[in-house]
Design a protein. Structure first.
Length: 508
């Protein structure tokens, strides 16, 4: 009997990591604070949402949150309201207070392609203080989760596990386009914000607070632009400035974050002693795997099943790209690189399997629908020499351009890429070492906002949601969105996560 199985899904997801845009961040610690829900009707101007008790789960059902869920039918093409309809998945997590505040928090996930319900199930604890007094509303953006998802079965074909290269990714994306149940031209940010406001109206809320992370910050900013009178406050976490097209900067920002990690190791005596010449060793492993991929058999880190997988240059790139999203996961990179340099690829293979699971629930069709409408056409002149000098190379931009040459552009408001002018209170959160939405993006987004608080977390990565200081500031800000009232003392106490100086962990 052959007890080893080939991890085709792992190989396929590696290229999805390389060729997808922003995500909501790395997997977070599980939280399980359930809230008992009751039946409720929302009805305004004819729109109705019947809500009943449900359980929200993150990937693999590892986290579970009790909420009230329902659906709202909306037109696929809002210019033809009598035409094809789709249903939006809506969930309300009730406040702990018997009498909740009248303005809930809408949580908007990233990706594009992450589902708000799954994202919240994985991160509920970070919102626990806000939940004491306010409902939290979750809407799976059209094309994600249970809202007419644009999932790509083409990426599950066995052939994608045999050879991983740019041509296969492009072919799979085009095949995916032909498999979608709905026209992807109607799955863009401009339409998503109209969906959000229709949900707000149907649930009977006059004003709302917004939390958006990563790509979700683009949605939140455009909602603020369209409905300023309905928006009480906004939290932007891992900010995408409206005028910036995601694409060429991805490899450059990721390289900056990796270089900062290498420099931090060099300046730390324990890390420097354990891992001398870390950048050179990383590049050596990258070249070695580019020349000769390696077959590795390990116990699957989640299931325990003996699993065979192939490790190549793209595997290393994908693992590094995802690990440096978070200071916790980035801390293991020196040890990971050293093990691979010594010829032991087991840790790299295990992390590659986790990477695969972290992206498998991403609605890849929605990712392309947004990127090919809102990013690819606006990348401008690309310095391919600069990209080629990064560890990611030109793969991200090459894939984006190749796919979008054959993917239809969708509906986009003329002002989507303009900076938002507003006096609505906005809290901007950035990680100092964010590898995809660096702090300069937040500064750019805030240029025409007159009532902002811009916070950069020392040594942090993509998204500040797991940082206790940020969680407290978010809760206080939503309660009293006033810069003069917010005590920022904890920001100076944010510290990087200690680097692993051996596979066992950081030095004592």
């Amino acid at each position: 009997m052959n007890w080893a199985t080939t991890s085709r899904r792992s190989r396929r997801c590696v290229m999805q990591v390389l060729c997808s845009g922003t995500q909501s961040g790395p997997p977070n610690e599980p939280y399980r604070y359930g809230v008992l829900g009751l039946l409720m009707w929302g009805s305004v101007c004819g729109a109705e949402i019947e809500l009943s008790r449900c359980d929200l789960t993150a990937s693999e059902g590892r986290q579970e949150v009790t909420a009230r869920c329902g659906g709202l039918e909306v037109a696929l093409d809002r210019e033809h309201p009598a035409g094809e309809q789709i249903e939006l998945r809506v969930a309300v997590v009730d406040a702990l207070a018997e009498q909740a505040e009248p303005d809930p928090l809408f949580v908007i996930a990233g990706g594009p392609g992450d589902a708000a319900t799954g994202f919240f199930a994985a991160t509920e604890g970070a919102f626990s203080r806000i939940l004491r007094r306010r409902d939290i509303v979750l809407v799976d953006q059209r094309g994600s989760g249970a809202s007419a998802p644009l999932n790509c079965d083409a990426f599950d074909e066995d052939r994608l596990g045999e050879i991983v290269d740019l041509e296969i990714v492009v072919d799979a994306a085009v095949e995916c386009l032909g498999q979608l149940d709905h026209d992807p031209r109607f799955f863009t940010t401009s339409i998503a914000v109209r969906d959000l406001d229709e949900v707000r109206e149907a649930l009977g809320y006059e004003r709302v607070n917004l939390y958006g992370i990563s790509y979700g910050t683009r949605v939140a900013q455009h909602y603020l632009r369209r409905y300023p009178e309905r928006t009480r406050s906004v939290i932007l976490d891992g900010v995408v400035s409206p005028d910036i097209a995601l694409g060429p900067d991805v490899a450059l920002a990721s390289q900056e974050a990796l270089d900062a990690l290498f420099e931090r190791c060099r300046e730390d005596q324990e890390c420097r002693s354990a891992y001398p010449d870390l950048p050179a060793r990383f590049n050596a492993v990258l070249d070695r795997l580019g020349d000769a991929p390696v077959a590795v058999t390990i116990d699957h880190p989640r299931t325990g099943e003996l699993t065979e997988t192939t490790i190549d240059r793209y595997t290393l790139i994908a693992v590094v790209r995802l690990l440096i999203y978070s200071p916790r996961t980035a801390s293991v990179l020196p040890a990971l690189v050293e093990s691979a340099y010594e010829g032991d690829y087991r840790a790299l293979a295990a992390h590659a399997m986790f990477v695969s699971e972290s992206v498998e629930n991403l609605a890849q069709g929605l990712n392309y629908a947004v990127a090919c409408t809102e990013d690819a056409p606006y990348t401008g002149d690309v310095d391919f020499d600069a990209l080629a000098a990064t560890y990611m190379g030109t793969t991200f931009v090459d894939a984006l351009n190749r796919v979008c040459e054959r993917w239809p552009a969708g509906t986009m408001d003329e002002d989507l890429r303009e900076l938002v002018e507003t006096d609505v209170p906005v809290l901007l959160l950035s990680g100092e070492l964010d590898p995809i939405t660096p702090p300069r993006y937040a500064s750019a987004a805030a240029a025409r906002m007159t009532n902002t608080i811009d916070i950069v977390g020392r040594g942090q990565g993509h998204g500040m949601l797991t940082v206790a200081c940020a969680q407290g500031l978010m809760a206080k800000f939503v309660d009293r969105p006033d810069a003069d009232e917010l005590d920022l003392g904890c920001v100076d106490r944010i510290r990087p996560f200690p680097l692993f100086t051996s596979p066992m962990g950081p030095a004592p």
